[in-house]
Design a protein around this ligand. Structure first.
Ligand SMILES: C=C(O[C@@H]1C=C(C(=O)O)C=C[C@H]1O)C(=O)O
Ligand SMILES: [Mg+2]
Length: 461
């Protein structure tokens, strides 16, 4: 049930407890209010004092933030994970009481979460806390959009709940989260850093190149890991703050599961849906930035003309075009890529626009797209198998969709690259690249090195 009139918390809670009592079924209660601006990084930092885990999502180009504290509802799935996520979210909404008169995308009972890259890959200890898919509806959700700040409170209401007790807890947590006389703690400092088997990885790139020449696949994306240690247990909030400032044109994300936090700053949108308007992104083909304007311009020009990078890119465009066409109308894909400049590197970029048919949702599109040839390869199944069998790394959530969806069929997913898994005084960083028939192992190795830099620099390395 979605209420559009503005109700006070006590009135709304009272109504929800009564309905839960009448139906004898717990209800997800969600109430959204407009509040004064609060710094999203301070909110995230204060959220460590609230029971449960934290989530963070920002689009640095659009000044859009979602920050979650604690969990009101958790949706985990292993088999059939895309359809299950959708079905469980829908079922949750069917037993929800939503008090949101704003209906702004990203407010109300949104689910934030992600998927693992390949649920069939053997899982290592590092990723133990991250299931094949996990979404959470934060208990407290800060949304900043178009300069307006909202706070949504989500909680499960049971027939036996005490209204006064709930109000008391909510007031206490709100006070903690919205305290604005605090400051961010220190960021981490790197002690040591090792690349995992760079020689073996280059050898694998060479092998993959040969296998592609023998037509076992057209493109295979291979990734590797760097491990770092810190002097002290790393604070997450200053890392997110630095990432957001440093990485323009990116999505900054964090998903915490007790002692582990997966975070990053990715330039790669997988799909956005707002009002059935769909945007997707083909991003593949990479070069460094120049030291000055002239050099930068020349490197960009060379990238646009480079046969190997254009091929890498074209595989992605073809696959995304086909996947989007299957569930959309008015599909618009430019015939030539343009440059997508980032702080440390630049990519070939082709934006995709379309209108999603009403019978499809954002999760249907994610299911069709993942993994695109930007992270898997082409053909899809063959390259996935190749990665599963040959890559040493357990990718976990790296390279997979991460994002959010709301009760109004809006949402956005990015591809979780330029990322790291932080676990106390240790972290693993991930970086990969598209291997095609003309790939040179040393050049691909250098490319993955530059892709580590955005993360490395904010980790104090
Ligand atoms: C795999 C990564 O990036 C992907 C690979 C790219 C490439 O090989 O040119 C470019 C952008 C991304 O689609 C990564 O950053 O880890
Ligand atoms: Mg590349």
């Amino acid at each position: 049930m979605i209420q559009t009139e503005i109700k006070k918390l006590d009135e709304a809670l009272n109504e929800a407890i009564t309905i839960a009592g009448n139906k004898q079924i717990p209800q997800l209660f969600s109430i959204t209010e407009m509040i004064d601006y609060i710094d999203p990084f301070l909110f995230f930092d204060q959220a460590k004092h609230i029971e449960g885990n934290r989530v963070f999502w920002a689009s640095s180009a659009e000044n859009f933030y979602l920050v979650g504290a604690g969990e009101a509802f958790d949706i985990c799935s292993s088999v059939d994970r895309f359809d299950q996520t959708e079905a469980k979210f829908k079922a949750m909404l069917a037993e929800s009481l939503i008090y949101n008169s704003y209906r702004v995308p990203g407010t109300g009972p949104i689910a934030i979460g992600g998927f693992s890259f390949d649920p069939e890959k053997e899982k290592t200890r590092m990723w133990q806390q991250f299931p094949a898919s996990q979404f959470r509806v934060p208990a407290y959700l800060l949304t900043i959009v178009d300069g307006v700040t909202y706070l949504t409170i989500n909680t499960v209401v049971r027939p036996e709940d005490h209204q006064k007790q709930m109000e008391f807890n909510i007031a206490k947590n709100k006070k903690m989260l919205l305290a604005n006389n605090t400051s961010l703690p220190e960021g981490p400092v790197i002690n040591s850093k090792i690349e995992i088997d760079p020689v073996g990885w280059k050898e694998l790139v060479r092998r993959a190149t040969n296998d592609i020449k023998e037509e076992k696949a057209d493109k295979i994306v291979l990734a590797r890991e760097m491990r770092v240690t810190f002097e002290k247990k790393a604070n997450i909030s200053p890392i997110l703050s630095k990432l957001t400032k440093a990485q323009t044109n990116s999505y900054i994300f964090a998903f915490e599961n007790s002692d582990s936090c997966f975070l990053g700053a990715t330039p790669e949108r997988l799909v956005r849906v707002e009002d059935q308007h769909l945007l997707s992104t083909c991003l593949a083909g990479t070069a460094p930035r120049g030291k000055n304007k002239e050099e930068d311009y020349q490197i960009g020009l060379d990238l646009l003309r480079d046969v190997k990078n254009r091929e890498e890119h074209e595989f992605v465009v073809k696959m995304i075009r086909d996947a989007v066409t299957a569930c959309c109308i008015d599909v618009d894909v430019p015939s030539q890529p343009v440059l997508y400049p980032l702080k440390n590197l630049q990519h070939l970029y082709t934006p995709v626009k379309a209108r999603l048919k009403s019978e499809y949702t954002i999760i249907d599109v994610v299911k069709r797209l993942h993994p695109t040839p930007a992270l898997g390869g082409l053909p899809k199944v063959k390259s996935l198998e190749y990665i599963r069998e040959n890559e040493e790394l357990d990718r976990g959530w790296y390279g997979a969709p991460i994002g959010w969806l709301d009760a109004y069929k809006n949402g956005e997913f990015a591809v979780a690259i330029r990322s790291a898994l932080i676990q106390g005084t240790e972290a693993s960083l991930f970086s990969g690249c598209g291997v095609v028939k003309d790939s040179d192992p040393e050049a691909e190795y250098q490319e993955t090195n530059i892709k580590f830099t955005p993360m490395l620099s904010v980790l104090g390395g």
